[in-house]
Design a protein around this ligand. Structure first.
Ligand code: ADP
Ligand code: MG
Length: 330
């Protein structure tokens, strides 16, 4: 199978090029996209590298899902609606079985969010998947990291820490196996799902953006709650307090000793949940958006004038927690 046959067989789909924002899809030198009037183009790229972001034997269908999910999660964090995406793929070999499964996982999620594949590049090389996603957001309504305000409530979708625990269990890390037992992955099938098939919170993200001036900053959690919140705090020139008791804890994390549980919750990474801030006046509207999008949303703290992040225990004392987020070059 040659390069063009590979693209035609696995990635070019009839009927998916005529969709309205896509003026021209796969097959020419560029794709042409047309955002609606009054909207800005939102663009984000994320790369998944074998050995770095996934194991060599990962299920290709899950990999197809995750490669797109992590990109859609960035659109969700800005409040953007997907228009389309490109796929740059380096493959050691052109295996039909592998490509078929990869494309299945990829397109199942793409179709769910009406986000067509509009182009890409295909080359031989060590397995590497780079997706660029494009979306649209109404002028002035994007949720930027720099917009958190003192007095804002701090919200989290879903819960953090499960992807990290799944990773440690798959790696056979001592503290994880000791606390959770050798069968934890089998006992909690949801754990591995969280690592391999994250859910981008697009419906909620777009609903929050249209709430407008009361919803301020948002970010998606890829490198850990504390570290990613740190980006919001730095960009906004504010601090934050999180109430530990307000952080949802998955059943699978319960057996962990406190330090490791905290580390999973705050520094876990690969969560792909949304963290956002909103004025207290927006509480009812946030609740309504959560309900309408079937997204669990929890108020976990507030934005403060005092810089830095404080994690408070039940009696209001600040815990000494390490808040080092993931850094590829640290
Ligand atoms: P060019 O050499 O002009 O960059 P290519 O030969 O690389 O074009 O690709 C031909 C067409 O196929 C282009 O429209 C490109 O966007 C598309 N394409 C290439 N690889 C992929 C892929 N993995 N997924 C989707 N479209 C692809
Ligand atoms: Mg090319």
């Amino acid at each position: 199978m040659g390069e063009f046959e590979l693209i035609r067989r696995h990635f070019q789909r009839e009927g998916h090029m005529a969709r309205s924002p896509v003026v021209l899809g796969i097959g020419d030198d560029c794709a042409l996209l047309q955002p609606r009037p009054g909207h800005q183009l939102a663009v984000s790229t994320d790369m998944l590298v074998q050995g770095r972001h996934f194991f060599a034997d990962v299920d290709p269908q899950a990999l197809g899902h995750k490669a797109l999910a992590v990109n859609l999660s960035d659109l969700a964090a800005m409040g953007a609606r997907p228009l389309g995406f490109t796929l740059a793929l380096a493959l050691p070999e052109a295996s039909d079985a592998w490509l078929g499964a990869f494309a299945q996982g990829l397109f199942a999620l793409a179709d769910q969010h009406a986000c067509p594949l509009v182009g890409g590049d295909t080359t031989r090389g060590p397995l590497n998947i780079c997706i660029t996603v494009m979306g649209e957001v109404r002028h002035g309504l994007s949720m930027q990291r720099s917009q958190a305000q003192v007095g804002d409530d701090l919200y989290l979708t879903g819960r953090t820490g499960e992807a990290r625990l799944a990773l440690e269990l798959m790696r056979g890390t001592d503290w994880a196996l000791l606390a959770c037992g050798p069968h934890a992955l089998a006992q909690h099938p949801g754990l591995r799902e969280r690592l391999e098939r994250p859910t981008p919170r697009l419906e909620l993200g777009t609903l929050l953006a249209v709430l407008g001036s009361a919803v301020h900053a948002a970010i998606d959690l890829s490198d850990g709650l504390a570290g990613d919140l740190g980006h919001v705090l730095a960009a906004s020139g504010v601090g934050a307090e999180i109430a530990l008791a307000a952080l949802p804890v998955a059943p699978a994390l319960q057996p962990l000793p406190m330090t490791h549980r905290l580390d999973c919750l705050l520094n876990g990474g690969d969560d792909y949940e949304l963290l956002f801030t909103a004025a207290p006046i927006a509480r009812a509207a946030v609740k309504a958006a959560a309900l309408a999008s079937h997204t669990p949303v929890q108020r976990i703290g507030r934005i403060s004038a005092a810089p830095g992040l404080r994690v408070l225990d039940a009696s209001g004392h600040a815990l000494a927690v390490s808040t080092r987020s993931f850094d590829h070059f640290a």
